[in-house]
Design a binder for this molecule. Structure first.
Ligand code: PLP
Length: 420
């Protein structure tokens, strides 16, 4: 006889306060941050901790260059300008991502061209990229969403055929591997976020990696107020041009460096928890966990679950099933969230001409692109049928995952009552 459901007054499967938040902060982190006040200066890429982080992150990714910035969106913007995206150009990007992927394209005064997602990884579908390419395409931006690597080889092959650079958005994928190779050195340029939620955090901040000297020089100048120093025959001379203040600060670098010491360990613990959940859900009907393709070693920035009423042969609309199962799980103490309520092209900015059409790429660049959310069926289906299980990260551990599985079992075994 299963325990009484929490929605019916039973004891929740997950005790209150058992789910702890990210990131774990250790004494080493505290010491690292405080040590910044003993050094000088407190900002710029050339401060000691910033330089050390750039060196270590380049090595970690197997990339020649790294630039520390003050945000992931900023890193993406610098990366796009670094590969030569110009006003009015088009940039291909998946229809499902965080808003920043599109925002960085808008910042570059370029036009986002959305492409639908692949049904298991939820990353851009390489098979759909080619038909989105036009003479105006200046970059392709895959996003390693939820820490799952996009199919980079397939994307780079297409890009090379057309001579288009690839800028990957790895904001959520620090340490993820594609066919055994670390994300960050596999395309023309990669952008990472260091915000508080990310697998590697400095509270706020970003990183950019590239193997290209030219992209590095351009991105570094763009993010450093347009500043370029030229060695003349007599002396060095500094010039300022079009650029932005995307300079980092030392406190971020110190925290990120200290967290980097534990990145691989934390990612391994995320994987252990995620694999356990996926295996447990595999034996039950009605909810499915993350699916990992053979090529990928993901880092599970977020753990994705899919609601599948059809597996239970239930004739109930997906939205009702999801809402009821969600409520029952939440009552059991399982924290669930939606993260993104909409795919990017369905957002007001792209549905109302006072949004995108007022930006320079349309108003001055003469773009005629418009956005129909129905063109991205899989991305829409993903938002409708999926949600996120929170807490699948350190300092939480397998004890919490066991409670989650108990909650899933309890709810799915008594599904008639849940749907009542
Ligand atoms: C996929 C993706 N791209 C870009 C960003 C932007 O990073 P940041 O918040 O550091 O600007 C984020 C961050 O939330 C993200 O999740």
């Amino acid at each position: 006889m299963p325990d009484t459901l929490a929605i019916n007054g039973g004891t929740p499967a997950v005790p209150e306060d058992m789910v702890r938040s990210w990131p774990p902060i250790t004494q080493a982190d505290r010491d690292a941050v405080l040590s910044v006040f003993d050094t000088d200066p407190l900002h710029t890429r050339f401060a000691p901790k910033a330089s050390e982080l750039e060196r270590r992150w380049a090595d970690y990714c197997g990339a020649k260059h790294c630039i520390l910035t003050n945000g992931g969106t900023q890193s993406l913007h610098m990366a796009l300008l670094g590969v030569g995206v110009e006003p009015g150009d088009e940039v291909i990007v998946p229809a499902f991502s965080y808003w920043s992927s599109a925002a960085a394209i808008i910042h570059a005064n370029a036009v986002p061209i959305f492409v639908d997602i692949e049904p298991h990884t939820f990353c851009i579908d390489p098979d759909m990229i080619e038909r989105a390419i036009t003479p105006r395409t200046a970059a392709i931006m895959p996003v390693h969403i939820h820490g799952m690597p996009a199919d980079i080889d397939a994307i780079v092959d297409i890009a090379e055929d057309y001579g288009i650079p690839v800028v990957d958005d790895a904001a959520q994928a620090q340490g993820a591997k594609y066919r055994g190779r670390t994300i960050g050195g596999l395309t023309d340029v990669t952008a990472f976020s260091l915000n508080r939620l990310k697998n590697l955090t400095g509270a706020e901040g970003g990183l950019l990696t590239t193997n290209s000297d030219a992209i590095y020089e351009c991105a570094a100048a763009t993010g450093g107020m347009g500043r370029v120093t030229v060695e003349g025959s007599d002396a060095k001379r500094t010039f300022f041009g079009h650029g932005y203040n995307y300079r980092p600060q030392e406190l971020t670098a110190a925290l990120a460096l200290s967290q980097l010491d534990r990145l691989d360990e934390y990612n391994a613990r995320r994987r252990e928890m995620a694999d356990y959940l996926t295996a447990a859900l595999h034996h039950r009907f009605g909810i499915v966990g993350s699916i990992v393709p053979d090529y990928a070693e993901p880092v599970h920035f977020m753990y994705v679950i899919e609601f599948r009423p059809e597996e239970l042969r239930l004739d109930i609309p997906l939205a009702d099933y999801k809402a009821k199962v969600w409520a029952a799980l939440e009552a059991e103490g399982v924290p669930i969230c939606q993260w993104q309520q909409q795919i990017i092209p369905a957002m007001d900015f792209f549905q109302d001409e006072r949004g995108y059409a007022a930006t320079p790429a349309w108003s001055m660049g003469g773009s005629t692109v418009s956005y129909d959310p129905h063109d991205y069926r899989r991305a829409q289906e993903f938002v409708a049928s999926h949600a996120y299980l929170r807490g699948v990260h350190p300092p939480n551990g397998m004890d919490l995952m066991e409670r989650y599985v108990e909650a899933f079992e309890k709810v799915l075994q008594q599904i008639e009552q849940v749907l009542g």
